[in-house]
Design a protein around this ligand. Structure first.
Ligand code: AVI
Length: 320
């Protein structure tokens, strides 16, 4: 059942902006309305995510950083020095930069959908590590991993920290990992951070923090959609809802209409009833064995696992 007030525009043109608009309109018109989490990351969204990572409730960044710190030497031994480090969803590049002193990559490629944000971050990083060749790449890597020919195929180390894989459903994650394995080339590898199942109260607080930073991050997607689609979402008409769905093993993030909302965009629109939700993100939490199985079903061989047992989180090195 669709609830669009007018028909959705057909995806007729292959221009990227038209494709983005069609993808957004399709999601908004679906029976269970949704917006892909990749649209959380305009420049302001990336800044808000940076703030989330500094929150006391948001344990993944802190826990993963602790593992990098504690096991940095072993991680560097497993990965080898002098690699081409390709950072997927690099954001402010802080996670990769924390590994530079031990990992000593020959080259660093920072990939992010938010091109301006990552370009600025890289400019600051160049000054700190002038001996590492660096480039920023504005790319929606969830769609395509086609990297420019200038990036050598040999000794690629893909870096996918922060449990970002959890923002894909398991079938999407497998498909993405398979593409990633192909992009690894003949001797490539993956260094990945994956969040593990833990107490529901801890997870709930991480995605609904006391300061409301995650709420702002979630609501900001509507401003981004207004710009991309020419829509007229009233941000004040929506509230942030996030909870750990234990049965499905994932955090769900939604925006819930505070009252009836009418939303219009060129060629379409939809009326939302009070309490109706738009899903904006899933964040899967894995059992350790399932995390490894996901990698192996996608053709990777998990060679090392570093674990935080107190706040369960895994950093895994996997050979392509
Ligand atoms: C980027 N990603 C791994 C974050 C997560 O935890 O799923 C995004 C996020 N959403 C809400 N808070 C943080």
């Amino acid at each position: 059942e669709k609830r669009a007030a007018a028909p959705c525009p057909p995806a007729h043109a292959d221009h990227p902006q038209v494709q983005v608009a069609a993808e957004l309109a399709d999601g908004l018109c679906a029976h269970q309305a949704g917006i892909s989490p990749k649209f959380l990351y305009d420049s302001l969204g990336s800044t808000l995510f940076e703030a989330i990572c500094a929150l006391p409730e948001y344990y993944p960044t802190r826990t993963e950083a602790g593992l990098f710190e504690r096991f940095g030497k072993e991680i560097a031994r497993a990965c080898g020095v002098g690699t081409t480090l390709i950072d997927l969803g690099a954001g402010n590049c802080a996670k990769a930069a924390s590994l530079f002193p031990r990992l000593c990559p020959a080259r660093y490629v920072a990939v992010d959908i938010s091109a301006d944000f990552v370009t600025d971050a890289l400019a600051r990083l160049r000054a700190r590590f002038p001996h590492i060749a660096m480039e920023a790449l504005g790319l929606d890597f969830s769609n395509s991993l086609a990297l420019p020919d200038s990036i050598p195929l040999e000794r690629r180390l893909f870096f996918y920290p922060g449990s970002s894989l959890g923002n894909f459903t398991p079938p999407e994650a497998r498909a993405f990992l398979r593409r990633l394995r192909k992009a690894c080339g003949p001797d490539g590898a993956l260094l990945i951070g994956m969040d593990l199942v833990k107490d529901k109260a801890v997870i709930d607080a991480a995605y609904d923090d006391a300061l409301g930073v995650t709420a702002a991050f979630n609501l900001n997607i509507l401003r981004h959609v207004n710009r991309l689609l020419g829509a007229d979402f009233d941000v004040r008409g929506w509230r942030h809802v996030a909870f750990y769905n234990e049965a499905l093993g994932r955090v769900e993030m939604h925006l819930e209409a505070r009252s009836a909302q009418r939303v219009r965009w060129p060629g379409g629109g939809r009326d939302f009833a009070e309490g109706e939700r738009i899903q904006t993100e899933n964040s899967y939490k894995y059992r350790q064995a399932d995390a490894i199985a996901l990698l192996e079903q996608s053709g990777f061989e998990a060679t090392r696992v570093w674990l935080d047992a107190r706040c369960p989180f895994a950093v895994i090195h996997a050979q392509a």
